[in-house]
Write a protein that binds this ligand. Structure first.
Ligand code: HEC
Ligand code: HEC
Length: 163
């Protein structure tokens, strides 16, 4: 098992931080998986699929969840990493395509621009809930706004901004 100094430092930061309740899966991915697999969403969409609600990889008989337990185990977060990959396989990279040119990566945007206030994801600058802010922003209709709001909620739980 390879643990980088960066990862240890990040773990320490998590341990000391008061408002971060769960480990940030995107940071875990960046520090422990990205060197071999690249961006998580791209990896998931290219190499993994979903059958009967479960992830399947290139080896038809492999149980991907069990495989993850023994393959560079992501520090007790196998279940959450598995769920993240499953969500990524199931969703097109819409944030990158429609929002990325201004807001960068979804995980970075959520960490930097959104906070959880009374259980509601709220923009740091606008002070408005994302659910209220999104309709009409860059021409988003209510359906697309709802899609991006739920995407933010998922990414917020993955990054530990919200659980
Ligand atoms: C040193 C390189 C390396 C690192 C680091 C690494 N992997 Fe892998 N990973 C591989 C290789 C090589 C395979 C293909 C292995 C095989 O097919 O037997 C693989 C396969 C996988 C698969 C299964 C794909 C399939 O088709 O079944 C998943 C899921 C996966 N890795 C997730 C992760 C996660 C999550 C991390 C970080 C916690 C990680 N990997 C870290 C090299 C790496
Ligand atoms: C052309 C640039 C651009 C694109 C593309 C864009 N945004 Fe924005 N976004 C902004 C700017 C600038 C702001 C700052 C507030 C404002 O002026 O509307 C903002 C603010 C936001 C906020 C509020 C942040 C806060 O702190 O209050 C959210 C949420 C948001 N954008 C989501 C999205 C989503 C989702 C998409 C893709 C569908 C998207 N944006 C596409 C430029 C963009």
């Amino acid at each position: 098992m390879k643990i980088t100094i960066g990862y240890l430092l990040l773990s320490l930061v998590f341990a000391l931080s008061h408002d971060v309740l769960a480990a940030d899966l995107h940071r875990i991915w960046e520090s422990r998986c990205e060197e071999c697999h690249g961006h998580a969403g791209d990896f998931a969409r290219k190499y993994l699929g979903v059958e009967d609600g479960k992830l399947v990889g290139r080896h038809p008989v492999r149980d991907v969840r069990q495989f993850l337990e023994h393959h560079y185990p992501p520090g007790g977060e196998v279940g959450r990493v598995y769920a993240m990959l499953l969500a990524q396989v199931s969703n097109a990279p819409r944030f990158r395509e429609s929002c990325g040119q201004c807001h960068g990566r979804a995980a970075d945007f959520v960490r930097e621009s959104l906070v959880l206030q009374d259980g509601v994801l709220t923009g740091r600058d606008s002070g408005q809930s994302a659910a209220k802010f999104l309709p009409g922003h860059r021409g988003l209709d209510p359906e697309d706004a709802a899609f991006f709001n739920s995407l933010f909620e998922r990414v917020a739980s993955e990054t530990g901004v919200a659980q």
